[in-house]
Design a protein around this ligand. Structure first.
Ligand code: NAD
Ligand code: DAU
Length: 353
């Protein structure tokens, strides 16, 4: 175990983080993977059940905002690399409670940067601090154009402003302290283990339970959807081959208005549930728009494609069908998440240790 590379992944009990942790644990048995997560409402250890007993995987419950704790675990484990996904991630929650986002996304990221800097001080060789960010930092597009790595930041929600701020801090640590950082900004992810407060899993869950599907405004906003496992592949590539100090945009080249996406989901669900065509669409309900709702996101990922050879692997319809199948086959997961029962899992699993 001593000469294994030690990788710290933060936020590994969340949606994207759990896919990344599983990919790294499965593909890199020569690494020791540490998953640090506070287990907020969005963190769910059930997402990691398949790998939880593997010897080269360690879960650590902790808060990235807690400087003493973070310095302590860096001193104890001497991590070689960090993949930082821990964040408050839901835009609507940031509108009702911005401070939580400031704490985790800005103060937490800075605390993590400090802990890495303190630990690696004087020896940055073969180290990497990889910060996972979002396309929302670039603001909102009109009908034309794409976000590139050179697009100026223009965040418009407390969530995106907190992520933009964390990106700036990561770059500041690169320039000021020579911390070996890399950043990626990704578009909307979808797939298994997605918390059902976000549009796609919420729509699937509501159709399943014959509940109204809330569509904000007129449903005209556009998002660029990427299958979560394709994001995990990009993260793997960027962690291993991305150039220090660089930024990479990741996207699906797959734009959908919310209303078209919801109609597509309704059609897939009608078929899967053996309902008459048109049944689920009757649940669509237009509701008050999100405050400051960004109109359109679209990513130009040509830098990542050309320099590191990444490309999305799935057509959207195929990925969406796979996702629907997963939610229908994992009713217990969905029920545990919607009832809150999943939060007892930590006690059951780790209390005894
Ligand atoms: P998520 O909300 O599903 O998971 C976040 C995880 O972070 C949870 O497990 C939570 O318990 C943990 N966490 C929160 N606060 C913490 C703290 N203070 N200390 C330690 N752990 C904490 O989020 P996600 O959708 O998986 O997003 C992961 C990352 O990817 C975020 O940084 C997000 O900004 C970014 N991102 C997400 C998307 C997307 O479509 N979901 C797209 C681009 C970028
Ligand atoms: O673009 C990347 C971002 O994608 C990530 O950084 C965020 O962490 C992630 O949550 C996601 O943000 P969005 O706000 O785009 O995702 P959400 O699923 O909340 O909403 C998608 C679109 O659907 C958006 O235009 C708002 C709309 N919407 C959302 C919900 C929850 C609805 O119309 N009804 C809803 O009930």
């Amino acid at each position: 175990m001593t000469d294994k590379k030690k990788i710290l992944i933060t936020g590994g009990a969340g949606f994207i983080g759990s896919h990344v942790v599983k990919r790294f644990v499965r593909n890199y048995p020569d690494y020791q993977i540490f998953n640090l997560d506070k287990l907020t409402y969005a963190g769910n250890l059930e997402n990691l059940r398949e790998i939880e007993n593997l010897p080269y995987y360690t879960f650590i419950k902790g808060d990235i905002v807690d400087a003493e704790f973070m310095n302590g675990i860096f001193a104890e484990h001497q991590f070689d690399g960090v993949i930082h996904l821990a964040a408050e991630s839901h835009v609507d929650r940031s509108i009702t409670n911005p401070l939580e986002f400031i704490m985790t996304n800005i103060v937490g990221t800075t605390t993590l940067l400090n802990a890495a800097k303190n630990c690696w001080n004087g020896n940055m060789e073969n180290k990497k601090f990889y910060h996972i960010s979002t396309d929302e930092v670039f603001g909102s597009l009109g009908k034309e154009g794409f976000f590139t790595e050179k697009t100026a930041y223009d965040p418009r929600s407390p969530y995106s402003a907190s992520k933009a701020s964390s990106d700036h801090l990561v770059r500041a640590y690169f320039h000021t302290y020579k911390l070996p950082v890399v950043i990626s900004n990704c578009s909307n992810n979808y797939g298994s283990y997605h918390f059902p407060e976000k549009l796609i899993p919420l729509t699937i869950n509501n159709i399943k339970n014959n509940k109204p599907i809330p569509v904000y405004g007129k449903g005209e906003n556009v998002r660029d959807w990427l299958f979560v496992e394709d994001h995990a592949v990009a993260i793997d590539l960027i962690f291993h081959k991305g150039k220090i100090g660089e930024t990479y945009n990741i996207g699906g080249n797959n734009e959908w208005t919310n209303i078209d996406l919801v109609h597509l989901l309704c059609r897939i669900m009608d078929e899967k549930l053996g309902r008459e065509p048109g049944t689920s669409a009757k649940l669509i309900t237009f509701v008050t728009d999100r405050a400051g709702h960004d109109l359109r996101y679209a990513i130009d990922s040509s830098k990542l494609q050309n320099e590191l050879g990444w490309a999305p692997s799935l057509q959207f319809e195929e990925g969406l069908e796979k996702t629907v199948d997963w939610y229908l086959a994992n009713e217990e997961w969905l029920n545990d998440v919607t009832s809150g029962a999943y939060q007892k899992y930590y006690e059951k699993m780790y209390h005894k240790r």
